[in-house]
Design a protein. Sequence first.
Length: 281
Amino acid sequence: MRPLISTTDLATALAGPAGDRPVVLDVRWRLAGPPGAESYREGHVPGAVFTDLDSVLAGEPGEGGRHPLPDPADLQRDLRAAGVREGVPVVAYDDADGSVAARAWWLLRWAGHTEVAVLDGSYAAWTAEGHPVSTDEPRPEPGDITVHPGGMPVLDADEAAALARDGLLLDARATPRYAGETEPVDPRAGHIPGAVNAPFAAHIGADGRWRAPEELAARFANLGLRPGEPVGAYCGSGVTASSVVLALELAGHPGAGLYAGSWSHWSRDPNRPAATGTLPG
């Protein structure tokens, strides 16, 4: 299954026989609120199940960072409650730039579920094109997914540091945070020495849809990625960096590593260095 699905293709799939319909996850979330659950109750893709970033797509914040990977058993329980079944496609959407939906895509892939895609254009495109919305909250039949961690590569702090030195480590945050000019949530400002700034917002065009594969490939080439070179990504807490991994796959560079703890993990240890400024350092 390709990482992206169009609104038209999703509408067609949802209009098909019940047994052939994908599981749809509404993962709307905003750092500063309001809660995505409120938006979900106001209207969502028919049949979509609200799936919270903080409580389902991440573990408890702490030493591992603000959005560490969830415990596999907890993730399996929650995905089954959402109706996720072996061999049945899953589609995730948010209402912004696709980065939270990309976290759901990455996490399901990590869990061993390969049939998963992000809705291109997010909820805004769905409603703008006049597709139906619903306020009904479904109660899906429990799924049978078995979580098998390891379907996507995960980097720890040492591996991220090594990749920044010997390969290409992309920092998905906006440039002021990368440069250390501001740090609104984490203990220290700056970036991992050697990491290259690649703001995740550049993956999306003015129409709210993901850029074409050739555009993304050119972007990563301009950032210094060479064919066959090991590449990974991080951000503030491992969420928006998931969209870098997705964009790399669209661009023909599958299998990029994700530093799941990201800067929220790195910056907790005062012994880890921090570079500032717009250059990798």
